[in-house]
Design a protein around this ligand. Structure first.
Ligand code: PHB
Length: 394
């Protein structure tokens, strides 16, 4: 009884002191953190995506502090395991209803982002999609903003490059779900319009794939090149089978999106990556001072981990959140934050980026890269670029 009374008296005294100082609203606001529900796969087949995102978010807060616009930013990290939309949806629901999260962020794969979209709409909270990359995602909620990329965005420059560089026949090879179907569609259209011939379009299962029989089909079709998209985490297995099945030896050239030659996997892929041409929005050896510092900082605090594009999507997601909180003066109202995010531009470690005000999708440079040895390891070295690429829509 006396403890409760003491507690209440202390509260009143504190409130009185604050009122006298004229600072109660400020004190109350500072104490009231903006909670960010960060939902990513920290376990399961796509755990590398979660690790990369967590590392980037931690680095951002280490570097820029844990508050923005006078509000503390508190990250509530949840592992959704990466494979079940129901789990992601339940976590999003719990975060907004029970934990009072005012922002949702992360989303490692398309089906998981789509599952959470209605929660963002109902709760009126911004949902920053840092990884999932199917074109349609931002159309599923007016509260979605994307800081990663889209498969359509990075595939189209590669298809043009292939046609311009003497490749006449291609087989496409994609994981059979949203981003893969987008990549296939854009490749077939762009390459076809440029005069190239797509001999066959092979789709492989997302879950527990055995790439060998599908690659045998590719070998039998005898294309000049094989275009591949598989999500981050899967590339090493495809390259291993590509080599073991003798596709390279049969003179079939591999071209792919940067997801396949994911920086996080390059050490494991090794020499199988040599000379492979890919297109993407980020490479760990993107030549800028800011990127060099970023890659070194991620490696330093994560046992030598090489930063990949998922980490950069999350680092920029944090930038977008911090800058919008600064613009709203710490107001975390969903509509106000969204208003601040729309149209924002900044210099990312990947190069210049803008959030398109109408689509809430990212506009950015797409780079053509070739895998080469730098020191003891292979890296995706940029040799050409297309600037201000929008998602072409699929
Ligand atoms: C997706 O599911 O949208 C996704 C995941 C990983 C990638 C690309 C796309 O590397």
């Amino acid at each position: 009884m006396s403890e409760r009374f003491d507690g209440r008296r202390r509260q009143l005294m504190l409130a009185g002191a604050a009122l006298t100082a004229g600072s109660l609203p400020l004190m109350a606001r500072a104490a009231d953190a903006v909670k960010v529900g960060l939902i990513v796969p920290m376990s399961g087949p796509f755990a590398s995506t979660g690790r990369q995102i967590e590392a980037a978010v931690k680095l951002y807060q280490q570097k820029f502090g844990d508050s923005a616009g006078g509000r503390k930013v508190e990250i509530l990290l949840k592992d959704d395991g990466g494979v079940s939309p129901d789990v992601t949806k339940r976590l999003a629901q719990e975060l907004v209803a029970r934990d009072k999260a005012q922002v949702l962020m992360g989303f490692g794969l398309t089906p998981l982002a789509l599952a959470a979209a209605p929660i963002a709409t109902q709760a009126k909270v911004p949902m920053i999609v840092t990884a999932a990359a199917t074109s349609i995602i931002p159309q599923r909620s007016p509260y979605i903003v994307r800081t990663g990329f889209t498969l359509a965005q990075v595939t189209s420059p590669l298809a043009s490059w292939a046609a311009k560089n003497g490749i006449k026949s291609v087989v496409t090879f994609v994981s059979d779900y949203g981003p893969g179907l987008d990549a296939e569609k854009v490749f077939v259209k762009t390459f076809g319009e440029a005069g190239g011939k797509v001999l066959e379009s092979v789709r492989v299962p997302l879950r527990n794939p055995d790439y060998a029989p599908f690659l045998q089909r590719v070998k039998d079709a005898r294309p000049e090149a094989l275009f591949v998209f598989v999500p981050s985490g899967e590339g090493a297995a495809v390259l291993k089978q590509f080599t073991e099945r003798g596709l390279g030896a049969a003179g079939i050239r591999l071209i792919c999106t940067g997801d396949v030659l994911d920086d996080d996997l390059m050490a494991g892929i090794g020499a199988a990556a040599r000379d492979v041409v890919s297109s993407h929005h980020y490479s760990a050896v993107h030549p800028s001072a800011a990127n060099k510092e970023y890659v070194e900082a991620i490696a330093r605090s994560n046992k030598g981990m090489r930063a990949n594009f998922h980490s950069v999507g999350a680092y920029d997601g944090m930038h977008l959140l911090y800058e919008s909180l600064k613009k709203t003066g710490g107001d975390s109202d969903g509509e106000k934050l969204l208003g601040a995010m729309k149209g924002m531009s900044w210099e990312s470690v990947r190069g210049p980026v803008t959030i398109d005000a109408a689509t809430r999708d990212i506009v950015q440079t797409v780079y053509m890269r070739k895998a080469e040895l730098r020191g003891a390891e292979f890296y995706n070295v940029e040799f050409d670029k297309v600037e201000r690429v929008r998602d072409p829509g699929v």
